[in-house]
Design a protein around this ligand. Structure first.
Ligand SMILES: [Zn+2]
Length: 370
């Protein structure tokens, strides 16, 4: 077998490769922001099982890796889970591939080619447009996809993949955008009659291409840069675009390594948090619980105490600045423990389905937003 991490979104220094085994170590993000993402491509003519040993997986807290299984794909589009063991230090993938090339990654990688394909679909519909609002540290475009009219009464924003290794966020954005492309959908028509919907499918394109878990190319965690985006031009661009439209509802989409559930985190720790926002939260969350079989509101982060909200993060910063319903939406890296899928775990398809259903919850909350 041969192994390389010199691929888009690749991460892993190859330590050895002989027989049916290869060893890699995960490269930490610049600025030591995180160290979890791996993505390698194996080439082999053997049909017998091979082993990929990740020697330094133990740098992440043990609890994040229990019951974790790595993702694999032959074509970069359809992903499945493979046998993975973790002893608190080494992560070992064991797999007998059915094709000559196989990718292994921490989660199903969402590629630049797929992003471009989605943009081509968006360009074909007259109620949508794509605006380049800025550039990343390395000069990659920060694009906003907007559906509906610029002068709409309300502006709904969804930002995904600030943390580039949390690729499920961009799969969710694809499902969300896919629904907005269908004007036969009554919910889409109802939302767009009152609101414009703005989507940033990938807020950290450098990190995505360079194989970072969280950091941008300057070694900054974008989701700690909202109050001071000096070294995060990606966030400065999104903030400026939001100031141009105003924000009446905001969703910041992530993946969580610990909890095997989909859940929302609000801004109850913000200085301006009010009973009005609490009511909006209950409407939105109830709707999403009813609509999407994977969403639940029993498990999630501990609620912030009043005044404890971290205003460096997107959802808190946006909620405070615009006094609007504002959330972090988390999906699991592993699986939904309430509805496990042995073959695929938490998957691109389920992420996209949740993205589709998020629009229904937005529609439910829409009449009450202002
Ligand atoms: Zn995140």
């Amino acid at each position: 077998m041969e192994i390389t991490t010199d691929i888009e979104g690749g991460n892993g220094d190859v330590q050895y490769c002989y027989g049916d085994e290869a060893g890699i170590t995960i490269r930490p993000d610049p600025g030591a922001v995180a160290q979890q993402w791996f993505h390698a491509r194996v080439q082999t003519d053997s049909k017998s099982p091979h082993r990929i040993v990740i020697a330094n997986a133990g740098s992440a807290p043990t609890r994040t890796r229990s019951r974790y299984r790595a993702c694999a794909s032959y074509d970069g589009s359809r992903w499945f889970r493979v046998r993975t063991t973790y002893d608190g230090r080494e992560l070992v993938i064991t797999h007998a591939p059915r094709a000559r090339f196989v990718h292994y990654a921490y989660f199903a990688y969402y590629s630049e080619a797929r992003r471009a394909r989605l943009q081509r679909q968006v360009r074909r519909v007259p109620w949508a447009k794509i605006e380049r609002i800025g550039e990343s540290v390395r000069g990659r475009p920060i694009d906003v996809l907007t559906f509906g009219e610029d002068d709409a009464d309300l502006h709904l924003w969804l930002v995904a993949r600030q943390h580039s290794g949390e690729a499920m966020a961009e799969w969710l954005a694809e499902g969300f955008v896919g629904r907005l492309l269908d004007d036969d959908d009554e919910t889409v028509r109802a939302v767009l009659s009152k609101a414009a919907v703005h989507v940033v499918p990938c807020a950290n394109p450098d990190g995505a291409a360079m194989g970072h878990q969280r950091a941008n190319a300057a070694g900054v965690d974008p989701n700690r840069a909202w109050s001071d985006p000096e070294d995060a031009p990606e966030i400065a661009a999104i903030r400026a675009a939001m100031d141009g439209t105003g924000v009446d509802l905001f969703l910041d989409v992530h993946g969580d390594e610990r909890d095997p559930y989909c859940f929302l985190a609000g801004c109850e720790g913000n200085p301006s948090y009010s009973s009005r926002i609490r009511l909006l939260e209950s409407v939105f969350e109830e709707s999403l619980c009813t609509t999407n079989p994977d969403f639940q509101d029993e498990f999630g982060y501990d609620r912030d105490e009043p005044g404890e909200g971290d205003l460096r993060t997107a959802s808190n910063w946006v909620g405070e600045r615009y006094d609007c319903l504002s959330y972090t939406l988390e999906m699991p890296f592993k699986d939904n423990a309430n509805a496990p899928d042995d073959r695929r775990g938490w998957s691109p398809e389920r992420s996209a389905h949740l993205g589709h259903d998020v629009l229904s919850a937005m529609a439910e909350a829409l009449p009450m937003l202002r």
